[in-house]
Design a protein around this ligand. Structure first.
Ligand code: PNS
Length: 171
């Protein structure tokens, strides 16, 4: 029996912070699906730079004028978030073979939990295949320049955040 599919695709992730590889995947997803919901996990674990509210704000600002993209936070199981949205499609970016094992496990686990869930893997532009939120944070924390790797508003907030964190006022 065919499963009826909603045209809503969910692109879940930690997005701490969003970088241009993510932006590229969102653009590709909107070429395929009429509505893309960026689902920001509320608890990305230790070492998070931005709170869930800040990440929703930063990503939301980038898509404020794009009606095809909605930005929401979620907690708990991704499949419950899919059901809440009446969605069955999960978008994930696949940068390299090293991503494969984790992504494969996650896709199969999600489908076991929710048989209608189907994961669609998209590949980013080659120049973004080495990008990750973790490396972007590390570079900024150590005073490096991430221009052209993250959206400009994100770069500005990151730089000011690290300046405050690493050089607190002494008085
Ligand atoms: O950007 P990330 O950190 O690679 O995204 C991972 C994310 C948020 C997609 C994944 O951790 C997730 O879906 N978490 C929700 C919890 C869940 O559903 N776990 C079961 C699937 S293995």
């Amino acid at each position: 029996m065919a499963i009826s599919r909603s045209p809503v695709a969910v692109y879940p992730g930690s997005f701490d912070p969003i970088h241009l590889g993510h932006v590229d995947i969102i653009a590709r997803a909107t070429q395929i699906f009429p509505r893309v919901v960026v689902g920001i996990l509320k608890n990305p674990g230790k070492g998070a730079l931005f709170s869930p509210e800040e990440r929703v704000e930063l990503v939301g600002a980038l898509y404020r004028h794009n009606p095809a993209v909605e930005v929401r936070a979620f907690s708990g199981l991704l499949v419950n978030f899919l059901k809440e949205l009446d969605a069955t499609i999960v978008i994930r970016g696949m940068r390299a073979v090293s991503d494969f094992e984790y992504e494969f496990q996650m896709a199969l686990m999600n489908r076991r939990l929710y048989p209608a869930a189907e994961t669609v893997f998209l590949t980013p532009k080659e120049e973004y295949t080495y990008l990750s939120s973790r490396t972007v944070k590390e570079v900024v924390a150590l005073g490096g320049d991430v221009t052209g790797l993250v959206p400009e508003p994100v770069r500005r907030v990151m730089e000011s955040r690290y300046r405050v964190t690493t050089h607190p006022p002494t008085r």
